[in-house]
Design a protein around this ligand. Structure first.
Ligand SMILES: Cc1cc2nc3c(=O)[nH]c(=O)nc-3n(C[C@H](O)[C@H](O)[C@H](O)COP(=O)(O)OP(=O)(O)OC[C@H]3O[C@@H](n4cnc5c(N)ncnc54)[C@H](O)[C@@H]3O)c2cc1C
Length: 505
């Protein structure tokens, strides 16, 4: 790990100010929030803006995973890896790049640290204090159903929110602990590019970082125990991303059973079984991205009467209430949707339900009405919203799916970004959108349109009539809607039209 540079010092000044003095607890709080990641920050800010007396407790860095060791640093370096991938394709665009162009990995990481520091004031302890929130830095631990302790102080509350997030799960692979490994908490501290890296787990985090590091020039092997990278996603969508990664040189090892890690000198040797055969691969670093573990330990949840399980975290109902009706939860600690924007949306629900309860439950906000899109920021990006086809079938919904390829969209061709497609699932015989997958260079920017359509109850019929600027890649959405409309032209309707035009002549 490097010693902190000016950017990290700025970051720390914002998110973990040295010498911070915790305030004197103020009587009983309307709301005490434990954890100042996205879920906790949004809960505290919204509640405080409404006039509630709020305390926010953070044991490490304000901003949580997203700012410090998640979305922000990963997207920072992914941007650099994309820029480099473009440079390497320069001749394709008719551009001549002088010899000697190279990746300066230390500079890539410095840029990321600079931008992370620049973004950090929004999550800073000082900003929250100015918002009127009592910010306590220290480990929070419930001491009863209506009280929590932090740094020797006891805070009492009317309502509380558990927003303690999660951390990288360490798979039980013999020798892994001894060999040492990186996680999202340490990988962004690298200043030298490893020559060879094994990435364990081909979910969104593993896939994004495998491609980025490979693009920088690291030889990356991506190990996945199932038969598909991004295993949750549409098969064709994941295959499109996997194909690009393989072309670029990522070694993707599917159905891999990791049997052990051995340290041989400076090398870490990954031992695995595939199709009954035993294999070995020597690497310099191992990045573990094999799922997340909720931060439930040491929180005193038992004394607060909050039920949890160590795998899935705090148990909540659709109103995000825990088994203690005064305590709520939001974000990665309780949700299957482990995204920053999901944590944000859940935080709003917690504020509504905690601060404006109704004895009959009238007006309670619910997670069931949330439509949560997501995106994996590989290149091409893979974004999704709503149901997958298989999911709809399990729910006994009759589904029709429409797909339109990006290589038939002019802008994608002109951009040299033709890999991908839009796929929309509708309820059979209707234009009602059940779900959609986009694979495109900027799928994350495009999925919002489909999310809005679903939220507003607008179907594919509306999307066919929505004018999109030409040429844009987002035209793929209107085109996939048009593919649906064509199916409305049944043989019967065609016959009527033929008669009409014959009569018109
Ligand atoms: C590498 C990576 C990339 C990601 N990229 C994206 C992305 O591009 N887009 C996206 O939407 N999501 C992304 N995510 C997921 C996103 O970071 C999380 O969903 C989000 O941070 C969850 O917010 P949270 O508030 O629930 O939890 P966290 O951000 O984990 O915050 C929880 C906070 O609680 C604190 N805490 C825990 N226990 C205690 C205690 N006892 N007392 C006091 N404080 C405590 C922790 O220190 C932490 O600060 C990424 C995650 C990773 C790891």
């Amino acid at each position: 790990m490097p010693s902190a540079d000016e950017f990290d010092l700025t970051l720390i000044r914002n998110v973990r100010p040295p010498g911070w003095v915790n305030p004197e607890p103020a009587g009983r709080y309307n709301l005490v929030v434990v954890g100042a990641g996205t879920a906790g920050l949004v809960t505290a800010a919204v509640a405080s803006a409404l006039g509630a007396k709020v305390a926010l407790i953070e044991r490490d860095r304000m901003g949580g995973d997203c700012l410090n060791v998640g979305c922000v640093p990963s997207k920072g370096i992914i941007r650099a890896s994309r820029a480099w991938a473009e440079v390497r394709r320069a001749t394709e665009f008719g551009l001549r790049i002088p010899d000697g162009a190279a990746v300066d990995f230390a500079a890539v990481m410095a840029r990321m640290r600079r931008l992370r520091a620049r973004i950090s004031p929004a999550d800073s302890a000082d900003r929250y204090r100015r918002l009127g929130v009592d910010v306590f830095l220290g480990e929070g631990r419930f001491s009863g159903p209506r009280s929590i302790e932090v740094e020797g102080r006891r805070l009492t509350f009317s309502k509380a929110a558990v927003c303690t997030g999660g951390r990288a799960a360490a798979p039980a692979i013999p020798g892994l602990e001894d060999a040492g490994f990186l996680t999202n908490e340490t990988v962004f501290g690298l200043t030298e590019l490893p020559r060879r890296m094994a990435v364990i787990g081909a979910g969104p985090i593993g896939s994004e970082l495998a491609q980025a590091f490979s693009r920088f020039g690291c030889r990356v092997a991506l190990f996945e125990r199932t038969g598909q990278i991004l295993q949750r996603e549409d098969v064709d969508a994941a295959a499109t991303v996997a194909k690009r990664m393989k072309i670029e040189g990522v070694q993707i090892v599917l159905n891999a059973g990791l049997t052990g890690i051995q340290k041989r000198g400076k090398e870490k040797v990954v031992q695995y079984e595939i199709n009954g055969g035993r294999m070995e691969l020597g690497v310099d670093e191992i990045l573990v991205a094999a799922g997340r573990t909720p931060n439930v330990e040491g929180l005193g949840l038992e004394s607060a009467g909050v039920a949890y399980d160590p795998l899935n975290g705090v148990k909540v109902d659709s109103g995000l209430r825990t088994t203690n009706p005064r305590i709520f939860a939001a974000g990665d600690i309780c949700s299957a949707f482990k995204f920053t924007h999901a944590a944000d949306a859940q935080a709003q629900i917690v504020v509504q339900n905690a601060l404006f309860p109704h004895p009959l439950g009238i007006g309670l906000a619910s997670t069931e009405t949330l439509i949560i899109p997501w995106c994996t920021y590989t290149d091409p990006e893979l974004a999704h919203v709503g149901m997958y086809e298989a999911e709809a079938r399990v729910k006994n919904l009759e589904v029709e799916s429409f797909t339109f390829r990006l290589d038939e969209v002019d802008r994608a061709v002109l951009d040299g970004e033709e890999e991908g497609f839009a796929r929309v699932h509708v309820r059979k015989g209707t234009d009602k959108i059940l779900g959609a997958t986009l694979v495109a260079a900027h799928a994350g920017e495009m999925i919002g349109e489909l999310t809005l359509a679903m939220k507003a109850g607008a179907g594919l019929g509306t999307l066919t009539r929505t004018i999109h600027p030409y040429p844009t890649q987002a035209e793929v959405i209107r085109k996939v809607a048009t593919a649906w409309r064509k199916t409305a032209l049944t043989e019967g309707r065609k016959r009527i039209l033929r008669r009409w035009f014959a009569w018109m002549r």
